[in-house]
Structures are given as C-alpha cells and as structure tokens.
Design a protein around this ligand. Structure first.
Ligand code: NAD
Ligand code: TYD
Length: 341
C-alpha cells in the first residue's frame, strides 16, 4: 500500500506520517510539501532516512510535478492535508488560500482520476459549517449541517469539499472527506491559539486574547485525529463525509488560563485585543456518526493532553526558537538544500 500524503511537513500531516509509519510497517508513504512558512522538515526528521518514506519538495498546484509523482509511485491512496490553514492570514491575503486550497485540490483530484486511486481523502475542517450561537449549547454540527463558511480560509476549504464531492458524483472518483475540530499537540506552528500562548507565556510575553475571550472551540488531540483518519481510510464509505471532534468545548480564555497555571505564570500577561473580523463564536462537532459506524471516539483527556503538549514545547525549545527567530529557512538551506536538489 502506497499513500501519497500532501502537506506532510505541517502540523497534522507530520503527526499522521509518524502515526502511520509506527502502525503500518508495510506501507510506503510519499510526502509532497511546498515547505511554506508552516512546513518544516524537522517535523519529519525521525523518518527522513526510512526506506518506506520519500519526501518531495513541491507545490500541489504544480500539475507536471504531481503527475510525475503519480507515475513514479502509483499511490493507492491520496490524503490531502496541504493547505494554507490560518484564518488570520486568510483575512490579510486570501489569494494563496484559493490557489492552494481550491486549485491545488483540483490538481490532485485530476491526477487521482487520470492514474486511478483506491481512495482520495480530503482533510477538511468543521469551519465549513460556520459557527453556532454561544447560548445554544444543545446544538452541534452534524454531517448534514448546512455549509456556511465565515472566513476566506473556511470558504476555500468549503469550495474544495464541494469539488471533491463533485468529482465523486460526476466521475465516480472514490472519495471521502473528514471535517475535524481544532487540533492541538506537538509540531503545531506557533501561530494558533494553544501553541502561540504556550510560547508567549514561557517567554513572559503578552498573551493576545481576541475580543472577550468567550469564543468556544472544540479541541482534539492530534493523535486522536490521526487515529480517526486511519479508520476512515480503512473503513470509510466512498462519497461519505465524517465529522471528527474532541467532545471538548472550551472558551479561549479558559485555555489561556490553564496554560498560564501549568507554566506558573501570572494572569497579568493576558491582553484582551481587538477582535478578529467575522470571528466565529462557537464550534461544536457531533461525533455520533464516527461512533456509530466505527466505534471511534476521542481518547486523549484534555488536561493530560495539554500538559503533555506544554512539556513537548518545553523540551523542544530549539524547534520553535528557530521558527520565531526566523532561523528556520537558513537551517533548511544548510541542512537540506543540497540533499533535496
Ligand atoms: P499547517 O499549516 O501546519 O500545514 C500545512 C502544510 O501544507 C505545510 O507543511 C505547508 O508547507 C503545506 N503546504 C501549503 N501549501 C502547499 C502547497 N501549495 N503545496 C504543497 N504543500 C503545501 O496545517 P495543519 O494545521 O497541519 O492542517 C492540515 C490540514 O488539516 C489542512 O488542510 C487544514 O485545513 C486541516 N485542518 C486543520 C485543523 C487544525 O486545527 N489545525 C483542524 C481541522 C482541519
Ligand atoms: P486559532 O487557533 O487561530 O484557530 P481557529 O480560528 O481556526 O479556530 O484560534 C482559536 C481561537 O482562539 C479563535 O477563537 C481565535 C482565538 N485566538 C486568540 O484569541 N488569540 C490569538 O492570538 C489567536 C491566534 C487565536
């Protein structure tokens, strides 16, 4: 079994590669990643030398390169993580979000059609459903909830989902889609809430909380997400959408305070700042379908998972210091420039 993993040098993709290589020794994984600011080969350091792993630096929008990889590797399965993933950046500059998230997905779908795959899996997000009101805690997103994205990021992910489903209906491409809630864990680029707050708190820098801090997200450990993705690849039905959630709704401010407490830092570091435009109020995912069809449910306890994640950032200071010092690109050239030419 050969799996083409796109965006595998990012946060979730690299965790997925580690998870799969640890659990399926007989699989070959091929990763294509453009190594944008969010991609980091250090995330894959442990597997770069393995005989059943290949890394290709490249853009999923590059049709020629994508076709070449399909010709060389004949992947059975494609799992598409590659994306611009940060809402705030999409508000500043939507262009690259449409390029990668929509047109890049189309290139992958075309190649999957042309060369034939057993499965094309699209890694999507609960943000395609828009948001839920704070005062209706009884409501959760199901796979049937209407698509109502709020940000250029979520609109681009929604467009990609619709394209994936259209390729199934029109061309019979064997696709599945998963829509997951907010992930946390090792290797998360320090621009998302949890990773950023850990590092700022550690450095005694202000923690910027948008608005009143009462927006709610449903946090899932990346390990639980990877396990769910593997199950969908093995057992998911073609043409189906599966929601993946952590059953763990928290206000942003609660999380920020938990991080400060764990690090023994004062709450005076919290700064309430101007809100994000169009800021989604609340995300909450029903995991009923995953539970009913596969008996899957998230397993990592949040307090424990957050503590472990904080410890990972403490133990891997050089990983994030290189990023925040802007050193990573120099590191990349020094370490891998010649080797990957
Ligand atoms: P990330 O930003 O950490 O990683 C994205 C990776 O994609 C990077 O390695 C980057 O270099 C690569 N990439 C970007 N553009 C590319 C291109 N044109 N060609 C090839 N590679 C490219 O993102 P993440 O948090 O790991 O998210 C991965 C996927 O999961 C995304 O599709 C995202 O929409 C989805 N998702 C993320 C979350 C979350 O909480 N982080 C939740 C649900 C769904
Ligand atoms: P984020 O991690 O960017 O994920 P998303 O917007 O995709 O859910 O943000 C999670 C929540 O934290 C969201 O409500 C915005 C908020 N937030 C802050 O309050 N301050 C910050 O500096 C960041 C990055 C996010």
């Amino acid at each position: 079994m050969t799996i083409l993993v796109t965006g595998g040098a990012g946060f979730i993709g690299s965790n997925f590669i580690h998870y799969m290589l640890e659990n399926h020794y007989d699989y070959k994984l091929v990763c294509i990643d453009k190594l944008t600011y969010a991609g980091n080969l250090r995330n894959l350091e442990k597997v770069l030398g393995k005989s059943n792993f290949r890394f290709v630096k490249g853009d999923i929008c590059d049709r020629e390169l994508v076709n070449k990889i399909f010709e060389e590797e004949s992947p059975d399965v494609v799992i598409n993580f590659a994306a611009e993933s940060h809402v705030d950046r999409s508000i500043e500059n939507p262009d690259v979000f449409l390029m990668t998230n929509v047109l890049g997905t189309q290139v992958l779908l075309d190649a999957s059609r042309k060369y034939g795959v057993k499965r094309f899996h699209q890694v999507s997000t609960d943000e395609v459903y828009g948001d839920l009101p704070l005062e209706r805690r009884d409501l959760k997103f199901t796979e049937e909830s209407p698509l109502k994205p709020s940000s250029p990021y979520s609109a681009s992910k929604t467009a990609a989902d619709l394209l994936v489903l259209a390729y199934h209906r029109t061309y019979g491409l064997p696709v599945t889609i998963s829509r997951c809630s907010n992930n946390y864990g090792p290797y998360q680029f320090p621009e998302k809430l949890i990773s950023l707050m850990i590092i700022n708190a550690f450095n005694n820098k202000p923690l910027p909380v948008y608005g009143d801090g009462k927006n709610v997200r449903d946090w899932i450990h990346v390990k639980d997400h990877c396990e769910a993705l593997n199950i969908i690849l093995q057992k998911g039905k073609e043409g189906e959408v599966y929601n993946i959630g952590g059953n763990n709704e928290r206000e942003n401010i609660e999380i920020v305070k938990m991080i400060l407490k764990e690090l023994g830092k004062p709450e005076e570091l919290i700064r309430f700042v101007k809100d994000r435009p169009g800021h989604d109020k609340r995300y909450a995912i029903s995991t009923a379908k995953m539970e009913k069809e596969f008996g899957w449910h998230p397993k990592v306890d949040f307090e424990q998972g957050l503590r472990e994640t904080i410890n990972w950032y403490l133990e891997n200071r050089d990983w994030w210091e290189e990023i925040i010092n802007g050193e990573y690109m120099k590191y990349y050239e020094r370490m891998y420039g010649e080797r990957l030419k």
